[in-house]
Design a protein around this ligand. Structure first.
Ligand code: COA
Length: 170
């Protein structure tokens, strides 16, 4: 039975576990992008004061997680003007041996719940175009190309509009 834990203040051990996993999973993607791989910049990003985390643990007594997501609740611009409140998924990563087992889907459901509790209009994320597995994972889960996605970059911005509950007034 997996366990999911929230944190907005990860300790140094978790930070280095995260940065190592990001490097293992995505360094190749960054190196072939306009941005390049910059470990210190990534470390600053995961230490950002607005950064929040969900960690997935394989069992109750596990010390280190098997995967995590770094997300933030923030305001994003709209093309037609104004802003929208979004849950931006900065990272979602699992250790290779734990992928394809449904854990990513469970984590995504938890992120959606957090999004709706926080009243966001969309979930958003950035994905490298060459990451076909992640792209099809997101598309199957309702993400579409966002209006802010650039055409001429190695990455795309995807978003998933949150379903709104109709409130009936009697
Ligand atoms: C992308 C990522 C987060 C997806 O998480 P995941 O745990 O692999 O995804 P899931 O297992 O939930 O779903 C993947 C597929 O496995 C299938 N699956 C689900 N349970 C399964 C099981 N028990 N056994 C085998 N396959 C299963 C799902 O049906 C799904 O297939 P579908 O997309 O056709 O529906 C994960 O693969 C990952 O960390 N990848 C490396 C890092 C990365 O690329 N991150 C994204 C950066 S933008």
């Amino acid at each position: 039975m997996i366990r999911i834990e929230f944190s907005d203040n990860p300790n140094e051990e978790l930070k280095s576990w995260m940065i190592n996993l990001i490097e293992e999973n995505a360094r190749g993607d960054y190196e072939t992008s306009e941005e390049g791989w910059d470990r210190d910049k990534k470390l600053r990003e995961i230490s950002h004061p607005e950064a929040k985390y969900l960690y997935v643990y394989h069992s109750d007594n596990a010390i280190l997680p098997i995967g995590f997501s770094h997300y933030r609740i923030e305001d994003e611009e709209r093309l037609k003007g104004g802003t929208r409140k979004v849950l931006y998924i900065y990272e979602i990563h699992f250790m290779a041996q734990y992928t394809g087992k449904g854990f990513g889907s469970t984590l995504m459901e938890n992120l959606e719940q957090l999004g709706s509790q926080n009243g966001v209009s969309d979930l958003m994320l950035t994905v490298f175009k060459r990451n076909n597995y992640a792209l099809s994972f997101y598309k199957k889960r309702g993400f579409i190309k966002d209006e802010l996605s650039p055409e001429d970059k190695s990455y795309m911005i995807l978003s998933k509009p949150m379903r709104r509950r109709r409130i009936k007034y009697i």
